[in-house]
Design a protein around this ligand. Structure first.
Ligand code: GLY
Length: 472
């Protein structure tokens, strides 16, 4: 049997981690990544996909690449491609592809429809209502706040908003201003804000829960404790500086990001809670989705949950993909052959493949493009850094000094040439790389990660120093 050829569609660190998982399969000969980044070529068997000297980006270019290279399996990372229907298009052309079909991506692309569906399926969700009219939304927010002034509300733009469309409001004034901004002006999320969902803020602890589904069988995956806020809580001065430079009125708000790091296994997701979430949330959602839509959900399903003090889960949101950077700390712990597992999902045989995980800990720290130190080459106004405006195109130094057993998944990097004509690695995004270390204990993984990340440098590089702290 000749080796299998896989195409991973993803541009970030999650794509590097998915490609790395495929590359560890004995069945796989080559893993192509598109659009990918410089890190996509740094792992054994992995290459950036190229067609006519260009990286394929659109669905039609990716399809042409898959045909030309005789790709055996395609795995899609981000929601954008999925909600544009890449799975439907590839399947119509007879390609094997892992991910939910377009109709199923509504679970991520419409907060309003998803809450209605979950409510109909008796899957627990916070009290909520959907609105297309800003005045009605404001009136509802006013009533909710008057009933319980301490409660707080969460206002969500209905559509895809790059992870920024969910806003916590402490009182009616904040809710009023958020509704006005999303629905009337300046409408930062565009049409995604034509409708909003307003839900009560629940007390408890947030948990990201990942499962794999072939439409009939649903299996819990391992999870990760992630760090969403840009700064650790003790970085008050940096938080204020960020907000001043970003022009944010609330100087003390620690901004949310796509993720600054995390670790796996999750410290409080035990077997009993996993079973409870499977029974009350994951299974009824996948099965109910099939009953209502007539379609099987195939792929990764990712639930953003609030777990109450008495360990009852409620769904805050659903995503139709793996998380980034959660994938970077979860997938290295997977012991099951990822190609066999993915094929089983595509073929509806997930019940035949056991899911096995290493007992090791993986801890990941994201290096992001923070505030740059002025140099003769960096001109322009001061920028607050990710998740706000940030500079890119900064040369990265020191990656060669990272220990070989420590993994560096690239989120936003590209090769370029410096003024002396040397080929160098440059930053291209807000999140630049996620450095992942393993250990027999969380303390060991953490020590290795922080020891190694210090060896890497780029202008403006910043990372949280507290990933895993408090859990060792
Ligand atoms: N880390 C959050 C996400 O991928 O949505």
């Amino acid at each position: 049997m000749s080796g299998k050829r896989v195409l991973v569609v993803d541009a970030g660190g999650r794509g590097n981690a998915i490609a790395h998982a495929f590359a560890r399969s004995g069945a796989v000969e080559r893993v192509y990544v598109a659009p990918g980044n410089a890190g996509s070529e740094m792992m054994d068997k992995c290459r950036l996909a190229m067609i006519d000297d260009e990286v394929p980006k659109s669905t039609s270019e990716l399809l042409a690449f898959a045909r030309k290279e005789g790709i055996d399996l395609v795995f899609v990372g981000p929601e954008g491609y999925l909600s544009e229907g890449i799975v439907d298009i590839f399947q119509e052309e007879g390609q094997r592809i892992l991910g939910p079909k377009r109709e199923a991506t509504v679970l991520e692309s419409s907060k309003c429809q998803t809450k209605d569906l979950l409510k109909r399926l008796n899957v627990p969700v916070p009290p909520y209502r959907n609105f297309s009219d800003p005045q009605e939304a404001k009136e509802y927010a006013r009533q909710r706040c008057a009933e319980d002034p301490g409660r707080g509300l969460v206002i969500k733009a209905d559509g895809l908003a790059a992870g920024k469309g969910s806003i916590l409001c402490a009182n009616q004034e904040e809710a009023d201003s958020v509704i006005e901004r999303i629905m009337v002006s300046p409408r930062p999320f565009g049409q995604a804000g034509d409708r909003i969902e307003i839900e009560d803020r629940l007390e408890g602890r947030e948990l990201m829960f990942f499962a794999l589904s072939d439409g009939r069988t649903v299996r819990a995956m391992q999870s990760a404790l992630d760090y969403k806020q840009a700064f650790s809580p003790d970085e008050e001065v940096a938080i204020r500086l960020f907000n001043r430079l970003a022009g944010n009125p609330n100087q003390d708000n620690n901004p949310n990001t796509g993720g600054m790091g995390g670790f796996s296994p999750h410290p409080w997701l035990d077997e009993e809670l996993t079973e409870r979430i499977m029974k009350k949330i994951a299974l009824p959602t996948v099965r109910g989705f099939k009953e209502i839509s007539g379609q099987e959900y195939r792929g990764v399903i990712y639930f953003g949950l609030m777990i109450s003090e008495d360990r009852e889960p409620s769904v805050l949101e659903i995503n139709v993909r793996l998380g980034d950077p959660e994938a970077e700390v979860i997938l290295p712990r997977l012991e099951t052959d990822f190609y066999q597992l993915s094929t089983a999902v595509v073929e509806g045989r997930l019940d035949e493949v056991p899911l096995q995980w290493s007992d090791d800990f993986c801890l990941g720290v994201c290096a992001i493009s923070g505030r740059v130190i002025k140099t003769i080459t960096s001109t322009g106004p001061e920028r607050p850094g990710y998740p706000g405006e940030h500079y890119t195109n900064m040369p990265i130094r020191g990656l060669e000094r990272v220990d070989p057993e420590v993994i560096v998944y690239h989120n936003g990097t590209a090769w370029g040439t410096d003024s002396a004509g040397n080929r160098r690695l440059y930053t291209t995004g807000g999140r630049v790389f996620t450095l992942v270390a393993r250990g027999r204990s969380l303390a060991q993984a953490r020590a290795r990660a922080y020891e190694n990340i210090k060896r890497v440098r780029f202008n403006g590089m910043r990372y949280r120093k507290d990933i895993g702290l408090g859990y060792i």
